[in-house]
Design a protein around this ligand. Sequence first.
Ligand SMILES: *[C@@H]1O[C@H](CO)[C@@H](O)[C@H](O)[C@H]1NC(C)=O
Ligand SMILES: *[C@@H]1O[C@H](CO)[C@@H](O)[C@H](O)[C@H]1NC(C)=O
Ligand SMILES: *[C@@H]1O[C@H](CO)[C@@H](O)[C@H](O)[C@H]1NC(C)=O
Ligand SMILES: *[C@@H]1O[C@H](CO)[C@@H](O)[C@H](O)[C@H]1NC(C)=O
Length: 386
Amino acid sequence: MIPKLNLCCFILSFVFLCLSAQYVPPYTEECRSGMYPPNGPTFEGDVSWYTVNLDLPPNKRWTDVITDKKKDMVSMIQAIRDLADAFVPSGKLIDLVDKDLPLMVDTLPYPFNEEIRGIASVSGVSLGEVVLFNIFYEVFTVCTSLVAEDVNGNLIHARNLDFGLFMGWDLKNRSWIITEKLKPLVVNIDFRRNNQTVFKSTNFAGYVGMLTGIHPHSFTLTMNERFTLDGGYIGILEWILGKRDGMWMSFLTRSVLENATSYESAKALLSDTKLLAPAYFILGGNQPGQACIITRSRTHSISPLELDVKNGRWYVLETNYDHWKEPLFLDDRRTPAMKCMNQTTQAVSVATVHHLLLTTYTTLMEVSKGTLESYIRDCPNPCMPW
Ligand SMILES: *[C@@H]1O[C@H](CO)[C@@H](O)[C@H](O)[C@H]1NC(C)=O
Ligand SMILES: *[C@@H]1O[C@H](CO)[C@@H](O)[C@H](O)[C@H]1NC(C)=O
Ligand SMILES: *[C@@H]1O[C@H](CO)[C@@H](O)[C@H](O)[C@H]1NC(C)=O
Ligand SMILES: *[C@@H]1O[C@H](CO)[C@@H](O)[C@H](O)[C@H]1NC(C)=O
């Protein structure tokens, strides 16, 4: 029996952290150029590749990744604990992680529950901490995703990902530390079945959902958080309270990457599957004109935005605000990014898109070539990570 109220408080605390993460100063950087392929002082390195064999039982799939990354996972978990302690100094949050979160794994769907157990047993990190890790990403990230069509009809899908910065200096410093701890956990993964690539993803070691991926020659997919209080995190609370009819967002992304075979079928699943919380899915296909932003409430897709090259919409871009609304003026990452895209014109390439995105990690995908490449960036403190 899960001590439900405690868990609810726990989740709500993180939701609050997450919402406060939005209040960052305005972003005014000029369009950059000449930084691709990445080099110079802000370039920290390429991301290493691992294989996850989907033919193995779920609890064995992550052994190679986690064996390599367990030290970094322990260090990351400590940073999240410190953040939780700074936020609720009584230590109550941490008690919850140790006592209550392990029980939550039983409520998660297969194969995610088994994969999380496997990760805990290989890493030496406790089960509660691995669950924390997985929930933490689910509610805590900010990002920009875009799909652009070049003059030849090729689709380029790019995303960056970062954690929010906080208003309070101490929390800001701690969120900065978390960003630093995340970098060594960024991995590229080739998911294989029958020794063939099914999909490729950039992810954090220890996280079983997906935020970014490519099903080569079929579609590309990224997910961005959608912060709304109306119906927002209620689904996660309902899950804890026992009403479990929605899907975790990043689990849906993973399932679609793993099991959908076309742009159309991916689009239908992402538009119609009931979710625990709102989200944005940014989907690109393998034909000219196939790209869309799916803005999800828990139950349905609202006002989908599609490419419309004939009428001048040769790219779609999503940050963490509904495309039909003005972004929060304190966090307008959309206007500068669009300004740069508009300057680029449709003579767009992986190189030009890369300039837009400066962050913890940037991923660039080209569906026609089946490629996924990722870069980790160094962004000096105080940092404007997008
Ligand atoms: C941020 O926190 C770390 C570890 O707590 C500390 O070493 C560092 O001096 C802090 N940085 C600033 C600028 O306060
Ligand atoms: C899997 O494919 C790779 C090349 O793609 C090959 O080197 C390897 O031997 C194959 N492994 C198995 C078990 O068939
Ligand atoms: C994908 O489909 C297979 C076969 O139905 C299933 O065993 C697997 O769990 C699915 N993967 C995910 C992530 O849902
Ligand atoms: C970019 O171009 C689009 C399409 O022409 C236009 O709607 C949008 O306002 C422009 N945005 C900026 C920031 O220039």
